[in-house]
Design a protein around this ligand. Structure first.
Ligand SMILES: [Mg+2]
Length: 272
């Protein structure tokens, strides 16, 4: 028996990946669901109604801050706008038409067929992540969740850095920790005990993927089949994991084979 356990362990060690790390929005469900479009509308409304930003500037700002900081929220804080994070999240995410998302039994069975640790890594708040996972019917498919609150605990200072302290020509830093900053990835690795060199990361943002690559993660760009720099695999839909990364299931087959041969080994003496 000891030999067989050792054998199985050896087989498991041959896989490159012992963890799968997933973004949520536009990764676990497609952009075409319309949820992200509604989210952008809410962000623009927040900027106009709560931060008194001129309506005709909002779209451009929204796009630029998302690009520069990973989330519009992080960008707004970097610019010195002060607001309560929970208030922002309940305005932007709390009012989303979550009924746009339907249970996804295909993804559920793909995830459940992989005996590999699965962790969520999202810039969104905990309530949003949990609502999305539950609407998709995936609430019990993940071992750990890293989200906004994990990286931005309330105890930390909420004072935005003064932008005039920054050197000319560089962007002011944001007090918010989020993807694609390398710091966000490193903190997530520590919190969820992740070795980036044996972890495969799924995200729809090319910027997140490119930082991920620098940290040593294997990378899967979701929502586009175009391979770009820093992208190990590119999938139009998360449903294509099995076709795109068959090596994840090779491990499963190997471990099933080990179990089968073990069963035979156990049964043989009974028959003798
Ligand atoms: Mg995303």
């Amino acid at each position: 028996m000891e030999y067989e356990n050792g054998y199985q362990q050896q087989q498991l060690q041959q896989s490159r990946y012992d963890c799968l790390l997933f973004d949520v929005d536009d990764t676990l469900y497609p952009f075409s669901s319309g949820l992200s479009t509604e989210c952008t509308k809410n962000i623009k409304e927040y900027m106009v109604n709560k931060l008194n930003i001129e309506e005709n500037k909002v779209l451009e700002m929204c796009v630029q801050l998302y690009k520069d900081y990973g989330t519009t929220m992080a960008g707004l804080r970097a610019l010195g706008y002060d607001f309560d994070h929970d208030d922002y999240h309940s305005f932007v995410h709390g009012r989303l038409p979550y009924e746009y998302l339907k249970p996804d039994p295909v993804l559920r069975s793909l995830l459940n067929s992989l005996p590999i640790r699965k962790v969520i890594f999202s810039n969104a708040n905990e309530a949003h992540v949990s609502e999305v996972l539950s609407r998709l019917g995936l609430e019990d498919c993940f071992d750990d969740v890293i989200c906004f609150e994990s990286l931005n605990p309330k105890t930390q200072t909420t004072d935005a850095p003064k932008s005039d302290d920054e050197p000319v020509g560089s962007l002011p830093t944001s007090p918010i920790v989020c993807k694609p900053s390398e710091n966000a990835f490193q903190q997530a690795f520590k919190m969820a005990n992740i070795n980036p060199h044996t972890t495969l990361f799924f995200d729809d943002s090319i910027r997140n993927i490119q930082t991920a690559k620098l940290t040593g993660l294997g990378t899967v760009l979701v929502g586009s089949s175009q391979r770009k720099k820093g992208v190990d695999y590119a999938l139009e839909s998360i449903h294509n994991i099995r076709e795109a990364v068959p090596e994840l299931w090779e491990l499963v087959n190997k471990s099933n084979n080990v179990q089968r041969s073990r069963k035979i080994a156990i049964e043989t003496p009974v028959e003798a």
